[in-house]
Design a protein around this ligand. Sequence first.
Ligand code: AR6
Length: 172
Amino acid sequence: MSIDAVLGDLTTEHADALVNAANSSLLGGGGVDGALHAAAGPALLAACRRVRAEQWPDGLPVGEAVATEAGNLPARWVIHTVGPNRNAGQTDEALLASCYTRSLDVALTLGAHTIAFPAVGAGVYGWDAETAARVAVRAVAEHPRTGIERARFVLFSPRLYNAFSAELARLA
Ligand code: AR6
C-alpha cells in the first residue's frame, strides 16, 4: 500500500475512485469540481441529482462523502466530499480530515483498490497549502485502509505539490 503525490490534473488520473472537492449542493461548481463534471459529461450531474433526491435531500454535509458513477472519467467512481469553507469561517481541521477519512471509508465499501485526491479545501474554500497538506497526509496515513493499494494526491500547482511532498517525506 502506497501514498504518493504527483503534480497534475485529476481529470486524467486513472484510478478506481477519483475524489471531488464538491460543495453541499453536489450540483457542480468551479475548480476541480467544474473540471471533473466537464470531463465526465452529463452522466455525472445526473448521478449527483439522484444522490440529492434519494440520499441527501438537504445537501451533503461538510466532512461527509458519497459515491457516484464517473461518466467519461478514467475511473469507476467519483467520491464527492465537501471541505469546510475557511473563507466562510469554517476553520475546524477535523472536518477537513473527515473529508479524507470518509472518502476512504466509502472507497473501501465500494471495493476500490486505488484512489486519487485533489487538495480538498485548498482553492475556493481558502485553506493554505501547508495546512491542507498536513491534514490530508495525516488523515490518509492514519486511516486503516485495508484493501486500498494506492492513495495518490494529484496537485494542480507546484506550491501544493511541494507542500504535500514535504508532508509525505515527514512520514517516511
Ligand atoms: N486537478 C487537480 N486539482 C485541481 C484541478 C484539477 N483539474 N482543478 C483545480 N484543482 P477547489 P475547494 C485544485 O477550489 O477549495 C468549487 O467551486 C485547485 O488548484 O476546486 O474545496 C466547488 O463546487 C485547488 O488546489 O476546491 C465548491 O464550491 C484544489 O483543487 C468549492 O469550489 C481545490 O480547489 C470547493 O472549494
